[in-house]
Design a protein around this ligand. Structure first.
Ligand code: NAD
Length: 384
């Protein structure tokens, strides 16, 4: 079945959906953006206009009005999906909500229409099972802010066809983005999964009162991160991060249970979108770099990333080169986990991972088999 994408239906007009709709319209596609209320759609259209005007002022695009005209906001599901060639779903990270939406859209969409999900964590195969088009179902994971971030992770489910993958790779390129294709699906895909155990460690550091969020962020920024991890979470939305970690807790290990975040969310702290998270967003927060502390060792986060990245290679999800590229693109870093691993001996990484696992009683920090056997350098030699 030959698929040519002209009309894109974006479901959800929140943080991701509005950016995806904007990006598709810039690339020349006719876009139907569906949310549940006019209020959400108006907010999204205002954000898109503001974003486009900024791009126009910088000479990146020429005609804001023309691009805006390509976006049709609607609350009607049928209007959005009936003639679409591609559906991109960006509704909340709640499995039942996504499944209900896909099954409803499946009844109305044209046969050729490809369904893509922007889920940050979930199984593409399991989501695809809500439809009769499992061969035309794919994970298309964008990063925030969508218009700026180049990386898109593409993940096939068990039944996704090569044709669907090819069409989606081409589509992502027309958005001027870099598609990275996973060899096998896994919770969190590449980028979010690589950093997941380090996220658990950072929450342990807060729980145990070892350092404050600002101290952790200042330490990371001083070490060259473009943004501190807690600042980034405030941008992403603590509800989004929490849902992702709860999914890992169910699928991978209960050690991912984000109790600290759940308490914050109960207090209404969702990050930037609610005005309060780890930081007070009544004005743009500035991390005080003098708060960097040696109570936080940046190498611990790095070693945990190397460890999880190694586990992904062991599982056949991806290869070191692709993982390094994805992490660099997603976090604006100069080096990926495997490039950094070359600066340390396997023994040093292994020893520290074992110490962390023992100190914080987390089995997810235990060294990967390749590291335990001292074979990480060998793996890198074979793949470089
Ligand atoms: N925020 C991020 O940084 C980020 C990054 C990558 C992927 N994601 C993923 O993208 C998805 C959306 O995240 P977000 O941050 O944009 O969430 P968000 O809460 O900002 O927006 C979700 C929007 O979907 C709307 N919605 C709910 N049900 C709907 C339905 N049936 N039809 C149409 N709209 C509906 C909501 O009203 C809301 O406006 C999630 O799966 C999330 O995990 C988020």
């Amino acid at each position: 079945m030959k698929i040519k994408i002209e009309k894109v239906a974006v479901f959800g007009a929140g943080e991701m959906g509005h950016g995806i709709a904007e990006n598709c319209a810039i690339a020349g596609y006719e876009v139907w953006m569906r949310d549940l209320t006019d209020e959400a759609l108006n907010r999204a259209m205002a954000r898109i206009k503001e974003g486009l005007l900024k791009l126009q002022a910088r000479g990146i695009i020429k005609n804001t009005e023309e691009i805006l005209e390509r976006i049709n906001p609607t609350t009607e599901l049928e209007n959005a999906i009936k003639d679409a060639d591609l559906l991109i779903e960006a509704i909340p990270e709640v499995f039942e909500q996504k499944v209900n939406l896909f099954s409803e859209c499946d009844k109305i969409a044209r046969d050729e229409c490809i369904f893509a999900t922007n889920t940050s964590t979930m199984s593409i195969t399991r989501l695809s099972e809500a439809t009769k088009r499992r061969d035309r179902f794919i994970g298309m994971h964008f990063f925030t802010p969508v218009v700026v971030m180049e990386l898109v992770e593409l993940t096939k489910g068990e039944k996704t066809s090569e044709e669907t993958l090819k069409v989606c790779e081409e589509f992502v390129k027309t958005l001027k983005k870099r598609p990275i294709v996973l060899k096998k699906e896994t919770p969190g895909f590449i980028v979010n999964r690589v950093v997941a155990p380090a996220s658990v460690l950072r929450l342990c550091i807060l729980e145990k009162g070892i350092a404050t969020p600002e101290e952790v962020d200042a330490t990371c920024r001083k070490a060259g991160y473009v943004i501190g991890p807690f600042e980034l979470w405030d941008y992403i939305g603590l509800d989004v991060v929490c849902n992702a970690m709860k999914y890992y807790a169910r699928e991978l290990s209960p050690e991912y249970e984000p109790k600290y975040l759940e308490r914050m969310i109960k207090e209404g702290k969702l990050g930037k979108k609610s005005g309060m998270g780890f930081y007070d967003w009544s004005r743009r927060p500035e991390v005080d770099l003098s708060k960097a502390t040696d109570r936080v060792d940046i190498r611990d986060f790095v070693f945990l990333e190397i460890n999880e990245a190694t586990k992904l290679v062991e599982m056949g999800v991806s290869d070191p080169e692709t993982i390094d590229s994805a992490v660099k693109l997603a976090y604006g870093r100069k080096k990926g986990p495997f490039e950094i691993a070359r600066d340390y001996s396997d023994d040093e990484i292994c020893r520290r991972l074992k110490e962390l696992a023992k100190k914080f009683e987390k089995r997810i920090f235990e060294p990967a088999e390749t590291i335990r056997k001292g074979k990480l350098k060998e793996l890198l030699k074979n793949t470089s």
